[in-house]
Design a protein around this ligand. Structure first.
Ligand SMILES: [Zn+2]
Ligand SMILES: [Zn+2]
Length: 263
């Protein structure tokens, strides 16, 4: 399998995952031109994308879906069927044959098994995804207020885990540009995952076999890559876990394509 963050953060999210036969994007919050340029920069032909898995309807995940599907008619978007009850303006007037409303949390796209799971977030719906081929597993979980024991079980044993590490709580609380209401939203159980919560979850996840995490959806206002990395590394260290030995920690960026993992 191959997995790489194309872009990550509140200005647009997209993760590419492939097997030998199947190419999938998780979300597309990027303009058509930006996505095409970034995919081509790592030798991926946008016309070969089979599917986009949508996590939720926020614009940083949905913005580029319609223009992409309008150009690449062989690609389909996969959305949980319960989201049919909600208006998804970003998808209006798309041909129905390009929309798959999946009814079971587990389904297949060619040789990749997909397992979706509910995440707590302030959207009409929000899901994470595990993509499996043989004994390989990639999991994407961003835009979640907290990690329940059920969510933790979904993340277990991932070879590559893209996990939200959105903000430093202190930076967020002290940010004069944010209203009290917005801070409350982000910090709530339906907001975004802090560096600290991410690190604490990883302490448990390392024991299940997670060896590579990519810190994702970092806030550009209330976080930095170094701060997220150092906070997570410190929490792991306090629990006897050595970064680079027991688990490797990488960071996904807003403006550049991340590390390409082949495994
Ligand atoms: Zn988001
Ligand atoms: Zn969101």
């Amino acid at each position: 399998m191959k997995a790489v963050s194309i872009a990550s953060g509140s200005k647009g999210n997209c993760i590419f995952v492939s097997s030998n036969n199947t190419k999938i994007l998780i979300d597309n919050g990027l303009s058509l031109k930006t996505l095409e340029t970034k995919l081509k920069s790592i030798d991926i032909n946008p016309a070969e994308i089979d599917a986009i898995l949508l996590t939720h309807e926020h614009n940083d995940h949905l913005y580029g879906v319609k223009p992409f599907l309008n150009k690449y008619k062989n690609a389909k978007i996969y959305i949980p069927s319960f989201a049919q009850n909600f208006c998804l303006p970003g998808l209006i007037a798309l041909p129905q044959k390009q929309i798959v409303w999946y009814t079971s949390s587990d389904f297949f796209i060619k040789d990749i098994t997909i397992s979706s799971f509910i995440l707590p977030h302030d959207s009409n719906f929000c899901v994470g995804y595990s993509l499996l081929v043989g004994d390989k597993k990639v999991t994407v979980a961003t835009d979640l207020g907290f990690i329940s024991s059920q969510t933790m079980a979904n993340l277990n044993n991932s070879d590559i885990l893209f996990l939200e590490s959105n903000h430093d709580e202190q930076l967020l609380r002290n940010n004069v540009k944010y209203t009290a209401r917005l801070k409350k939203r982000i910090l709530s159980n339906h907001g975004h995952l802090s560096n600290k919560s991410c690190g604490e979850a990883l302490v448990h996840l390392v024991k299940t076999g997670v060896k590579q995490v990519v810190l994702a959806h970092l806030s550009q206002e209330n976080n930095t890559a170094i701060l997220a990395y150092n906070t997570v590394k410190k929490i792991l260290g306090e629990n006897g876990i050595v970064e680079g030995e027991h688990i490797c920690v990488d960071v996904a960026f807003q403006d550049r394509v991340g590390t390409i993992f082949n495994f």
